[in-house]
Design a protein around this ligand. Structure first.
Ligand code: BGC
Ligand code: CA
Length: 330
């Protein structure tokens, strides 16, 4: 722990010495660098900071809240002008808000949403993200319209959709709401959803692959009519497991529609190859750009109305999702 702290501190100091006095210094914390979606997010933040002439330092929380708390402390000690935080555990947001408030610097949370009560405790606390229920609804709709257009997809001919659900991390709003609203959307399309099995796979491809392997063995691929995953990485893990059983390799007799969320490049590729049904664009570029613009404006005390993104309820920037199938946006 101590070593991580020192490393973070040295990194911060190294950047600080090269920054000019009038440059905005942004301290950004990411819950884990090893996350395909957060990589897109980081790239967008770095590019926008460079455009604005701001200096951003991004720390890897390594999926450990204690590590991240130390990184927040190090950034504040170094005198950053603003924080951007993707918490490991969003329930830790309050203590981060308290620290930012004590140091009188703004804090912009990203991707992992604090509760409204937490945000309300500090006038300089904001959230940039996307509405999880939207992406849930859209993945459910993708599956429902496929099911309706393809009578053969109802393998046991009972008119119901037998599906598997792969969930992200416990407590994450995207896990809770995507799970709920995807199934809800199937229902709203007039199809009765039947959950064969579900499991937490922590947004992770390998974990999802192992879990899906187990489900395939216990349930039998011929009995699975869809796989709904909370993100693309887990969808791709499920597809790996299916391909090992000669499913989703081009034979229409052996195909299970799989959907995810993010529209990562690897998912678009899988869709082009016909291995994956669809995904929903989780717009990392606009989330990253708006977070940096908001952070910079707040740090400089500028009018946040000029950043090119609408601020809702004085606290939120919401970036819309968009359905994607076979390389086309719907
Ligand atoms: C993304 C996931 C990502 C997670 C990280 C979600 O919005 O869809 O791919 O792993 O955020 O918090
Ligand atoms: Ca069925």
């Amino acid at each position: 722990m101590r070593k991580v702290f020192m490393t973070a501190l040295v990194l911060v100091l190294a950047v600080a010495c090269c920054a000019h006095a009038d440059e905005v210094k942004i301290g950004a914390c990411i819950y884990r660098f090893n996350d395909a979606f957060m990589l897109r997010f980081r790239n967008a933040m770095s590019a926008e900071s460079e455009k604005l002439g701001a200096v951003i330092t991004i720390a890897d929380g390594q999926d450990n809240q204690t590590t991240q708390d130390e990184q927040v402390d190090a950034f504040i000690a170094d005198g950053v002008n603003v924080l951007i935080v993707n918490t490991v555990d969003r329930m830790a947001s309050q203590s981060i808000i308290d620290k930012a408030k004590a140091a009188n610097i703004p804090v912009v949370f990203i991707n992992r949403e604090p509760t409204p009560e937490m945000l309300a405790t500090y006038d300089k606390a904001y959230y940039v993200g996307a509405k999880a229920e939207e992406s849930g609804t859209e993945t459910g709709e993708l599956v429902a319209s496929y099911f309706k257009a393809h009578p053969e997809a109802d393998k046991n001919k009972d008119g119901k959709l037998q599906f598997i659900l792969l969930k992200g991390q416990n407590g994450h709003q995207d896990m809770i709401l995507r799970s709920k609203y995807s199934v809800e959307a199937v229902k709203n399309a007039g199809i009765e959803p039947v959950e064969l099995a579900s499991a937490i796979a922590n947004w992770d491809k390998l974990e999802a692959m192992k879990i899906m392997n187990g489900f395939i063995m216990s349930i039998g691929p011929e009995n699975i009519e869809a796989v709904i995953a909370n993100n693309d990485e887990m969808a791709l893990g499920a597809i790996e497991a299916l391909k090992a059983q000669d499913y989703n390799t081009g034979n229409p007799e052996a195909y299970i529609p799989v959907v995810g969320v993010d529209a990562n490049a690897s998912a678009l590729e899988a869709m082009d190859k016909g291995e994956m049904l669809g995904t929903v664009l989780n717009d990392a570029d606009n989330q990253g750009i708006s977070a940096v613009r908001l952070a910079a404006a707040l740090a400089e005390g500028k009018d946040t109305g000029t950043i090119g993104y609408e601020i809702t309820d004085g606290k939120y920037i919401w970036i819309p999702y968009q359905k994607v199938t076979r390389g086309e946006k719907q």
